[in-house]
Every structure is written in structure tokens, then in C-alpha cells.
Design a binder for this molecule. Structure first.
Ligand SMILES: [Zn+2]
Length: 155
């Protein structure tokens, strides 16, 4: 699970802290079930230098210190479908230290599901159709748990 790629979306990192607190306190059965049947690797703040700039007053900062949007620095669709001036993909896929760190963390963990948290709209986006059947089942289960935990109407 990943949050904070876009530093101006401060609520995503804060929401991740809330999720961690919920799970670690184990006060509710949903938290206990999550820990019993899953392993998590969580990056709360994927763009710490960008976050520092936001906290210093650059409230609209979306990029890292190289002005690269690290959410556009992946090898999938690299450099394509760029619609905003601030969606700079970088020199090449994984040219940024933040993105290579995240990529390596995912590979090392052998993740079955990758969830990246963003904010700015009232929506929960998910990959189009890239999940295996096992991943799809896990994703549905996770959404149900998130619905309970966050007390929100996901679907
Ligand atoms: Zn974002």
C-alpha cells in the first residue's frame, strides 16, 4: 500500500496512518482478521521531499524535487496520456529515486495487490483489468474491509 506520491494530497498519507493505527490497535474484529490473513507493506509517504515543500507553503506541489510526477514515472504508459502541465514523467521510466525505491520494495515483497492512495475526488480508482483472478478476489475482500474500517460507501 502506497500513499503520498503527490505531496499536495496530504490526506492520503494521513489516511494511511489511520489505517495503520486501526490495524495495529486490533480493537475491532475486522482489524484482527486483516492481520491474521494478510501481510502488508506500507509506504506512508512516497515523496517525503515534496511533502516538506508542501508543508513549507508550496501547497499545490504534485512532483518531487526534480519536478517529476512520480506517479507518472512508472514503465507502464510512460510518457503517454499526459494531460496536465504538471504531469512531467521524467527522463525515463524509473528515473526517480522514489519510483525505483517503490518498485524494488514491491518486487522484494512479492505483492499480490498494490494499492496506491490519492485524493482530490470522491472516488476510489483501481486498475482496469490487470488483476489475476486471485488478485481480483483479494481486491474485493479488501474493499469490503476498507468499507467497514473507514465507514464509507465504496460500492
Ligand atoms: Zn495523486
Amino acid at each position: 500500500m502506497l500513499a503520498g506520491e503527490h505531496p499536495r494530497e496530504m490526506i492520503s498519507a494521513e489516511t494511511m496512518f489511520t489505517f495503520i493505527k486501526f490495524v495495529c490497535e486490533k480493537k475491532e474484529n475486522a482489524a484482527k482478521r486483516l492481520l491474521e490473513s494478510n501481510k502488508f507493506r506500507i509506504i506512508v509517504n512516497a515523496n517525503p521531499n515534496g511533502r516538506i515543500q508542501v508543508e513549507k507553503g508550496d501547497y499545490c506541489k504534485r512532483s518531487n524535487l526534480n519536478d517529476v510526477d512520480i506517479n507518472r514515472n512508472w514503465d507502464y504508459f510512460f510518457g503517454k496520456e499526459i494531460t496536465l502541465f504538471e504531469e512531467n514523467s521524467g527522463k525515463s521510466a524509473f528515473s526517480e529515486i522514489e519510483t525505483t525505491f517503490i518498485r524494488d520494495a514491491i518486487k522484494e515483497f512479492n505483492a499480490k495487490l498494490f494499492l496506491t492512495m490519492h485524493s482530490g475526488t470522491l472516488a476510489l480508482f483501481h486498475p482496469y483489468a490487470y488483476l489475476t483472478e486471485e488478485g481480483r478476489k483479494f481486491y474485493i475482500k479488501l474493499l469490503i474491509e476498507l468499507k467497514i474500517i473507514l465507514k464509507i460507501n465504496i460500492f
